[in-house]
Write a protein that binds this ligand. Structure first.
Ligand code: BG6
Length: 486
């Protein structure tokens, strides 16, 4: 549609805020009836660039079940949000948050995953969290499954490998939609649904020792079960609470060709399709054709139940949310220099600087991605994770001068604003880890994303005192000016 009106900035009701996940903040892993989750058997990395979240084997699982340490397994400890949520949300409100994205620990509600009745104490905890948000005028944005599930379901039926897990999940989501109707307006089904193809962290399924083809077969089948579970949750949500909106969540990785050579451009196109496959299914309601060839070439054969195609078609999401930390480069050349990132690895881009963890910083890539996603889907977009993991230094007078974080966020906000002028419909922006938390990939504490410093080290020592960083005051101004004062 032609119009002379080009937006000048962020819309009036833009959802500014921050995002966390239960397994990275809550702690209190074994109280009030909570069961053990798949995240709580993941060991802390010994090397900063080693990801441990998919490294769970039968043997490591047995060891974890014998060991009650929260130092070896830091996601059991988090930052004890379970006991400090009031103080933490109050700090968010001080920054003027309009939204707080959090996730629900499935194991608080169904400790083993297969009980008939939910655990009331777990439900009460989230009642209190949502009431606190309400008190401060903060809209909760709730991820139903963020990198965890009851370990009971892994032990019983290898997590999402089993189709039965769909039923356990829909039992869980029904409880959530009924209980929190009217309290939660925005839901996300699976955090970074593409994580399923990277292994245990996404699937809750052990697949050690399998040949690559069988491993990928298992993961894509597990993913298919998640697609169905997600679509069923969309249908449930719409029926139980017609006012609520429910979205998908993707780890978005914009891919560039290494050179203008057509072979490289094609390699980048394929890489991009393999990243957008997930949202193609969840937004358009069907598997895209390019995946048929990919599955055939990789020896993957999916099992579909007769109703699955219809379920996917009916259960299309209302909006698309995604995390954005970096972009990646690819070519059809085998001999490449790898860069690191949140899971997907690509080539290093000589035009970009990297974080201390090797994640390539690319604010313009966010504008490119926003335009691409909007052009492809034409449904509202929501940036639900973005941020800089860095080592912060506490000065003698207890200050943190994190101008590097401000610089990172500022540049990304500038590009979001440009994309809004380009015509993109953007609902909100929740930065990752507004308060320091346990890292997903390495379980370190020293990889900090927050506006709020938490006094806790990698071993779990510290008073948990909260200190406002320089970025705290900066982000407060950004929100108060609706993105004009950057
Ligand atoms: C995303 C996850 O991939 O990246 C978060 O959804 C995670 O859970 C975030 O924390 C940052 O990754 P990391 O490994 O630095 O914590």
């Amino acid at each position: 549609m032609y119009s002379k009106n080009v937006p000048s900035g962020f819309p009036k009701n833009f959802l500014w805020g921050g995002a966390t996940a239960a397994n990275q903040v809550e702690g209190a892993w074994n109280i009030d009836g909570k069961g053990i989750s798949t995240a709580e058997v993941v060991k802390r990395a010994t090397n900063r660039k080693d990801f441990t979240l998919n490294e769970v084997t039968k043997q490591s699982l047995e060891e974890a079940l014998e060991d009650t340490s929260t130092t070896t397994y830091p996601k059991r400890r988090g930052i004890d949000f379970y006991h400090h949520y009031e103080e933490d949300i109050k700090l968010f409100s001080e920054m003027g948050f309009k939204a707080y994205r959090l996730s629900i620990a499935w194991t608080r509600i169904f400790p083993n995953g297969d009980e008939n009745e939910p655990n009331e104490k777990g439900l009460l905890f989230y009642d209190r969290v949502f009431e606190t948000c309400k008190k401060y005028g903060i809209e909760p944005v709730v991820t139903i499954s963020h990198y965890e599930m009851p370990l009971g379901l892994t032990l019983k039926s290898n997590g999402w490998e089993s189709r039965e897990t769909i039923d356990e999940f829909t039992k869980f989501t029904k409880v959530l939609f009924e209980r929190y109707k009217g309290q939660v307006k925005y839901w996300l089904t699976f955090n970074e649904i593409n994580a399923a193809v990277w292994g245990f962290n996404g699937t809750g399924a052990l697949d050690e020792g399998l040949p690559v083809t069988q491993k990928m077969q298992l993961r894509y089948q597990a993913l298919h079960h998640q697609f169905i579970a997600s679509a069923l949750a969309v249908l449930q949500c719409h029926e139980i609470d017609p006012e609520a909106r429910i979205g998908s969540m993707l780890a978005r990785m914009q891919t560039y060709p290494k050179t203008p050579a057509p072979g490289d451009v094609r390699a980048a196109q394929l890489q991009d399709q393999l990243n957008l496959f997930f949202t193609d299914v969840q937004v358009r309601g069907e598997y895209p054709r390019y995946m048929n060839r990919y599955f055939r070439d990789n020896g993957i054969e999916l099992e579909f139940a007769t109703s699955d195609e219809e379920t996917l078609k009916q259960g299309k999401v209302d909006f698309l949310s995604f995390s954005y930390y970096m972009s990646t480069v690819t070519s059809d050349d085998e001999d490449i220099t790898k860069a690191t990132g949140n899971f997907a690895l690509g080539e290093a881009n000589p035009y970009l600087k990297s974080s201390e963890w090797g994640w390539q910083i690319d604010p313009i890539g966010l504008r490119i991605t926003l335009n691409e996603l909007w052009d492809r889907y034409q449904i509202p977009l929501f940036v639900v994770e973005n941020g800089l993991g860095a080592v912060d230094e506490l000065t003698a007078d207890k200050k943190i001068h994190d101008d590097y974080r401000i610089d990172y966020l500022r540049k990304h906000i500038v590009e979001m604003k440009e994309s809004i002028k380009d015509g993109v419909e953007l609902m909100g922006y929740t930065t990752w880890g507004p308060i320091d938390l346990v890292s997903a990939s390495t379980s370190e504490m020293s990889k900090r994303y927050g506006f709020i410093y938490v006094d806790q080290d990698d071993d779990g020592n510290g008073s948990l005192e909260k200190i406002r960083k320089d970025s705290f005051y900066w982000f407060k101004d950004v929100i108060a000016s609706n993105g004009e004062k950057l």
